[in-house]
Design a protein around this ligand. Sequence first.
Ligand code: TH1
Length: 833
Amino acid sequence: VEASIPEPLREAWRKHSASEFKTKEEFEKELVRHIETTLARSLYNCDEHAAYSGTALAFRDRLIIEWNRTQQRQTLTDQKRVYYLSLEFLMGRALDNAMLNVGQKDSAREGLKDLGFRIEDVINQEHDAALGNGGLGRLAACFLDSMATLNYPAWGYGLRYRYGIFKQEIVDGYQVEIPDYWLDNNPWEFPRHEITVDIQFYGRVNNIQDVSGKIVHSWEGGEIVQAVAYDVPIPGFGTKTTNNLRLWSSKASSGEFDFQKFNAGDYESAVADQQRAETISAVLYPNDNLERGKELRLKQQYFWCAASLHDIVRRFKKTKRAWSEFPDQVAIQLNDTHPTLAIVELQRILIDLEGLEWDEAWNIVTKTFGYTNHTVLPEALEKWSVPLVQNLLPRHLQIIYDINLYFLQSVEKKFPNDREILSRVSIIEESHPKMVRMAYLAIIGSHKVNGVAELHSDLLKSTLFKDFVAIYGPDRFMNVTNGVTPRRWLHQANPALSALIAKKLGGHEFLTDLTLLDNLENFVDDKEFRAEWSNIKTQNKLRLANFIQQTTGYKVNPTSLFDVQVKRIHEYKRQQLNIFGVIHRYLTLKAMSAEERKKVVPRVSIIGGKAAPGYWMAKTIIHLINKVSAVVNQDADIGDLLKVIFIEDYNVSKAEIICPASDISEHISTAGTEGSGTSNMKFVMNGGLIIGTCDGANIEITREIGEQNIFLFGNLAEDVEDLRHRHFYGDFQLDPHLAKVFEAIKGGMFGDAKNFEALISSIVEHGDYYLVSDDFNSYITTHGMVDEAFKNQDEWLAKSITSVARMGFFSTDRVINEYADSIWNVEPLNVNE
Ligand code: TH1
């Protein structure tokens, strides 16, 4: 308020207020100005990177203007806001997205051309913002796009990692990890050095009786680390709304503590303190679907939750409302259990710092939070050891124990004679050491809990969270099926297809109402339209073929069937099933006569993805894929009939090239293991068909597009437990085709067989937990059907067009509206009248 300019002086401000470029000419002027002044370069000294920076700065200016206005408008109307807490935001590149969302890509293309640059080359200069592992982080990024596009007052809160997900290099067939230092010259972030929060760790709790006899808890001593805000503008598509993503960076607190050390001449130790503080936001943990219980990870979580809540509470307090109104102003969504400490922190703020009574505070807390679960895999469920929490966050552990006490009392009331249920649902697992079960804490502290696809949400209710359904009733638990933003995954990644659809539907309205795609079904039999559709796929395959040649040296034939599996490497996602299937195909081809080979549909198997650095089996799978690739691709006898490509360093910007170029993509997780999957949606939206198991969102994709348009195979989720049980008791027959594949590997066809022993024995000797053998026959038979279907291009095209037409459900716009209506209770703030 003190920084506000008095009314009589505001006229001068308004007169000179920044304005946006609207034409090619105005864009060029801005671009040259930035290159010559902001970047201190000139026409004698402007490479593609400088052109990128200048273009980014010109668009950034536009975003800032609407971003400021959006924040003012949201503060003025004083309505409820959403805060999306996520440890991961896998944003990818920002420039193309900004140009398209602002609607000035054509001005930029023409302007850059006038000044000597191709817009594609300029866009390619940008480093991906890769602050995430996979689907969970990319979902958060798609949500930000949809929340802004739909004009919801919404903020994202995350960590500003100095190193995002590592860069993957393949050396001699092995994955090597290279640090991803990405922050130099990042034009998309704004440091807010004035917005800082001191975050406390360690120390002890003093319990003091105040004059009224009430026990007051004060958390004292320990270590203080400063959180500094960095803001990233999030433009909506075709709207003025530009929301904010706030990322926290850690830094040594500039308190007197350091000064004392300096004064005492202890320079080295003061520097060490500083480095320890900066370590908190240094690096993204590179595990997808795995939690390893490391102290630094817990520090990251508390640091980010505490800074974000402090910020949210500070904003609320400015409104001078009563605390009881907090849930009418604030909705906080927890992206998995990673931010669960936010629940405890809000309770702490309300009772220790603001003096509310326990029940009053707890009522506010549970009305504020919603929790999204993304996985049922036991190794991904977060548990923190009690001694660890006790040491790092002593006051929070007390509060967790109190939450648990009141919860268990209420359970006992409801189920008076059931001792068992109490130990089953307790937040504290009575193991050695004791563990805090974060998912249970998240359920108890939230008013809604959701899964991310129908099967996944049903499994949560019938297994992991069964007792909680009995305790709270079914209303607390719901499903919100995931989606993807059609702006990035159709319009930006596949501009030709987006333009063709717009031509047929009479405009680009489908990008903000994806259900309009269903009108495409009217044109399925239109010959000319089919030809254009097919031509676009071919062009996209050519683009990928060029990319493959540039990056791997391998030539692939774009008329082949492109078969793609790109995602994190994980045993449950079963890239091993894919590569065993490829080997089976290779052996089959080798045994064929020349006559038989003439009937074969040539295929390119494309696989990409990162393995967590400590996940040895996943790295073995990558190794095998690369060895198979080396053998098959140089086999002149096979030629174009089969090529195997490993895409190095798969990331968001590579996905934008790959998704539009697939004929078929693979989503083949063991039934019941994949929460949702989201790349399945991206591929179908781009006219690719899919081969998949009855898992995650594949099931709803099938429901929407029709089962004649998808290749499903394998055992069902309901049969998995029984099969595993039978394997465990020795009832296991290795599939005969798979046995032949294993013989080939063991015979050294792909190099030293020892390298792959563990992979084979996990199936043959150790119970085949992921049912690779059980599903193998069904898998290769179904691939045979894919080949047959591809021979009839006319029918294939009809499937492709029909599927795209029926994908309207899978926009994150639908997803966000569901969250807004049934969890957050927030309204959009309309701005474009
Ligand atoms: C993924 C799920 O595996 C995937 O099925 C889902 O589509 C996606 O989330 C979005 O809902 C998950 N990623 C992680 C990452 C971590 C921990 C748990 C999950 S679940 C670190």
